[in-house]
Design a protein around this ligand. Structure first.
Ligand SMILES: *[C@@H]1O[C@H](CO)[C@@H](O)[C@H](O)[C@H]1NC(C)=O
Ligand SMILES: *[C@@H]1O[C@H](CO)[C@@H](O)[C@H](O)[C@H]1NC(C)=O
Length: 505
């Protein structure tokens, strides 16, 4: 392999503080009473050098200042292969120098106790790596796969004397904040006083092998796909997502409807007061955890409860009032699939979020019923409540690679045609009171088995492996058109300048 090829990185770096001098072999960093470790995995700033000779980074000395000052950077998960995370074809096959940067805050003891040895260890970096710490060249290593390390005690200890001159503060906590307002009128959803239209998806924390487990490369892939799609929002169906997800949504300006795990409240006894008490506590925990995330613009207390059952009225009245008391600054909703004239919870929500599966769970194959049924659905809800409406779920299963014309259920063509029928009505009603649409679902996901599941739920516009079906291209065209129409491009288009109040979407 060429000397300067830094094509694939699988970096597993960590910092390593210990009181003993290491000589000879290379031990795997293990904690002990005399040794501490600090993992440096997670999101790094990243920039590929696309210049003709791939040497611009050296010529301009990108290592001397924060990488973002050199030009646009991406967030790149470490460890991972940069080629596989994004939607940028140029990175897919990139060969040449790429730059990674990570700021690390070291424990005070490491930097103040000059007997502590601080070692930076890179588990693996393909192929040829050069390492700078605070702008100082500290190591160079050729060949991937194998670890290398360097003693950086002098560098980090010298620097600290300057930094701790600040005073007597004994505890530090950094909390990035963003400022924005959210309000609801009878037919609009306002963010910072401007009408906002949710061009969104419903997600699941789900992927092959990983299941629900949090994974940085998967999260970055999903955010990159949302940007590709032109989406500006998602709902955390049907439970709160990992905090790292929320943090990145703040940074990228992705709007979140934050949903509690209140899914499947379908039996009369589910509405007993003991359940309600628990639900109130869950909302307290959720609000306490997520209230500082500007990305969160609305709480959803439940998904598809049997809200036409007798005790539902008292239950949702209490639950929604409690959530509003916890956080008076955000609207509260729950996602319904009950009938407009039977829903006992709807009087208490700020926004009507309604799910429907016309021409999927009934009227199989009859795409022609959608326009009438959907328009009637919207009109009935609006006439009854005069509240803005979000189509919070709609969709059809499609098995990637199944084709049929005329469109038949489970073919990619059927999924696309069903979406098109929905969009015709959404385009009329969004001029009046419909304030958003969330496709079910972003990606295929695993479920329990049954006669209507084909190795899981196949309503994703992406497969479980995050590859697009035909419907993804349809939705992409639509979302970008809507973005162009409103002059509100997905802010994730410029991730390096986000997270501030100027992002009004
Ligand atoms: C829950 O408690 C309230 C207030 O005491 C009461 O009115 C209501 O009937 C109870 N609900 C159920 C389902 O027991
Ligand atoms: C949106 O606008 C951009 C820039 O003007 C243009 O390149 C793109 O084709 C437009 N997309 C759609 C779907 O209208």
């Amino acid at each position: 392999m060429a000397r300067r090829a830094a094509g694939l990185w699988a970096l597993g770096p960590l910092l390593w503080g210990c009181a003993l001098a290491l000589r000879g072999g290379m031990l795997y960093p293990r904690e002990s009473p005399s040794r501490e470790r600090k993992e440096l995995g997670g999101l790094w700033k990243f920039r590929a050098d696309f210049s003709e000779n791939r040497r611009q980074g050296f010529e301009q000395q990108w290592y001397r200042a924060p990488l973002r000052e050199s030009g646009p950077t991406l967030d790149m998960p470490v460890p991972s292969s940069f080629n596989d995370v994004g939607q940028d074809g140029r990175l897919r096959g990139f060969v040449g120098w790429v730059w990674y940067e990570r700021e690390a805050v070291l424990p005070q003891r490491w930097t103040q106790d000059t007997h502590t040895r601080v070692v930076l260890r890179i588990g693996s970096a393909h192929y040829h790596a050069i390492v700078w710490v605070n702008g100082v060249h500290v190591a160079e290593h050729e060949g991937g796969h194998l670890p290398f390390e360097v003693d950086i005690s002098k560098l980090v200890q010298a620097r600290l004397t300057v930094q701790t001159a600040a005073g007597d503060v004994s505890d530090f906590y950094l909390l990035p904040v963003g400022i924005r307002t959210v309000a609801v009128t009878k037919n609009q959803f306002l963010i910072n006083g401007k009408p906002f239209y949710f061009r969104g998806v419903n997600k699941h924390e789900d992927a092959d092998i990983r299941g629900k487990g949090f994974d940085w490369p998967l999260l970055m892939k999903d955010l990159n796909l949302l940007r590709w799609l032109g989406a500006n929002a998602f709902r955390t169906s049907h439970y709160p997502y990992a905090e790292e997800v929320m943090q990145l949504c703040d940074q990228y300006g992705v709007v979140v409807i934050d949903e509690s795990p209140g899914v499947g409240i379908v039996l009369s006894q589910s509405y007993n007061n003991q359940s309600l008490q628990h639900h109130l506590e869950v909302m307290e925990e959720l609000v306490r955890r997520d209230k500082n995330h500007p990305a969160v613009v609305m709480w959803s207390v439940a998904n598809e409860p049997a809200s036409s059952l007798g005790p539902a009225g008292y239950y949702f009245k209490t639950l929604i009032a409690h959530t509003k008391a916890l956080d008076p600054s955000r609207p509260v909703t729950f996602v319904t699939n009950s009938k407009y004239d039977a829903d006992l919870g709807a009087p208490y929500v700020d926004v009507i979020c309604v799910n429907s599966y016309f021409s999927w769970y009934h009227d199989f194959g009859h795409l022609e019923v959608i326009q009438l049924q959907l328009a009637t659905q919207f009109e009935n809800w609006y006439k009854t409540y005069q509240k803005p409406i979000i189509q919070s779920e709609y969709g059809a299963d499609a098995i990637s690679g199944f084709h049929h014309d005329p469109p038949l259920m489970f073919s990619e063509e059927y999924q696309k045609s069903l979406l098109e029928q929905y969009h015709l009505v959404l385009d009329q009603k969004r001029k009046e009171y419909v304030v958003g649409e969330l496709i079910w679902n972003f990606a295929d996901f695993m479920t329990d088995q049954s006669t209507f599941r084909v190795l899981g739920n196949k309503k994703g516009i992406f497969t479980r492996q995050r590859q697009p079906k035909g419907a993804a291209f349809l939705l992409r065209e639509r979302y970008w058109k809507l973005a162009n129409e409103t002059g509100c491009h997905p802010p994730a288009e410029k991730p390096q300048c986000l997270g501030k109040s100027h992002c009004t979407w």
